[in-house]
Design a protein around this ligand. Structure first.
Ligand code: C5P
Length: 327
């Protein structure tokens, strides 16, 4: 529909949610270094914003990082901006380049990323930024690619990128990139305890394999949990809290021991369920209501078991263009 616009679009902003994994069941390692999963993704109301603007910036305009004709700036809460790669390794930059290559067009774009999703926190912040860049550049350049086409490009960039595009709640299989939406009968209230520093996803998977080998654990082929699916369909937070499961949790706890205390503090303060989010180190707690989530966040902060605690709800939609008059 770009041709119908009277003014040329020079910038597009996209809001993208974080995810928490409600069930993360990890199969044996594959030949390509990945693991087959059953990954129940749930999008929650912590959002990054990616703004794509025409034309790369020049180095004189501030702390911009450059990859070819793509420049990127990142702002985050706290001092975690240093954990975000500002070169061609940045997933949003990779996304812009992959989209331009697919469209056979030159790429000259500036990406401004405003992060609220914890960096390297197990909540798919990098994948969210890639999804944001795909949707923003698709619109900015008037490419008209479908959601499915963007998901295919996103899946090649990272296992969690397709879900950041789709949002709501979905089961991911394969590496986590093959998605099937899951019906959810209500809203769930969460507290996320943010940790100091981050964990490398690859390292946590590696530690998971090491622990399994050391204990001789027989690794079953992952299956979606019927109890968890029924709890989601019914909107039953109590049952969901008990069904939450993350096979990466023992590995994340091994690599980051203080999280053991964080999880037990949440349970002691009445969380319906507590688990490490994805590969961590963020911990996720399910609460009965928004008011109970706010109380739990205050209690976790007062207990000194996290850098900070934030509340959120889910499910929420995936990457969405922010209308111009809302910016
Ligand atoms: O796909 P993504 O780039 O997010 O994955 C990061 C790393 O996490 C991979 O290089 C791999 O080591 C590990 N991983 C895995 N199995 C998956 C997804 C990720 O082993 N299904």
């Amino acid at each position: 529909m770009r041709g119908l616009r009277s003014d040329p679009v020079t910038s597009v902003t996209v809001r993208v949610p974080a995810k928490v994994n409600l069930q993360l069941s990890v199969g044996p390692p594959r030949d390509d270094g990945y693991h087959d999963l059953v990954n129940v993704f749930h999008a929650v109301s912590l959002f990054d914003e990616v703004t794509a603007s025409d034309g790369a910036r020049t180095a004189g305009e501030g702390p911009v990082a450059v990859s070819g004709e793509t420049t990127v700036t990142v702002s985050c809460e706290g001092d975690s901006a240093g954990l975000v790669p500002l070169d061609g390794e940045n997933l949003a930059v990779k996304a812009a380049l992959a989209l331009a290559a697919r469209a056979g067009r030159p790429v000259s774009v500036h990406l401004a990323i405003r992060k609220a999703i914890p960096v390297a926190g197990g909540m798919a912040g990098g994948s969210a930024d890639a999804a944001g860049a795909l949707v923003a550049c698709n619109e900015l350049w008037g490419l008209g690619l479908t959601g499915q086409e963007l998901m295919e490009i996103g899946g090649a960039l990272g296992s969690d990128v397709p879900f950041a595009l789709l949002g709501d709640t979905a089961v991911g299989t394969g590496r986590g990139e093959k998605l099937q939406p899951v019906p959810v009968g209500g809203e769930f209230h969460w507290v996320f305890a943010l940790a100091e520093g981050g964990l490398s996803t690859a390292k946590v998977y590696g530690e998971c394999d090491r622990l399994r080998e050391a204990t001789g654990e027989r690794v079953a082929w992952p299956q979606a949990d019927d109890v968890l699916m029924a709890a989601l369909a019914a909107g039953d937070a109590k049952v969901l809290g008990e069904a939450l499961v993350n096979d990466l949790q023992p590995a994340a706890l091994m690599l980051c021991r203080p999280l053991v205390r964080t999880l037990s503090a949440g349970r002691e303060h009445g969380a319906l369920g507590a688990l490490v989010s994805g590969s961590g180190p963020t911990c996720a707690f399910l609460a009965e209501s928004a008011a109970e989530a706010a109380e739990l966040a205050t209690a976790l902060q007062a207990a000194g078991v996290c850098r900070s605690a934030v509340t959120a709800y889910g499910p929420v939609p995936g990457a969405t263009i922010v209308p111009t008059d809302h910016r």
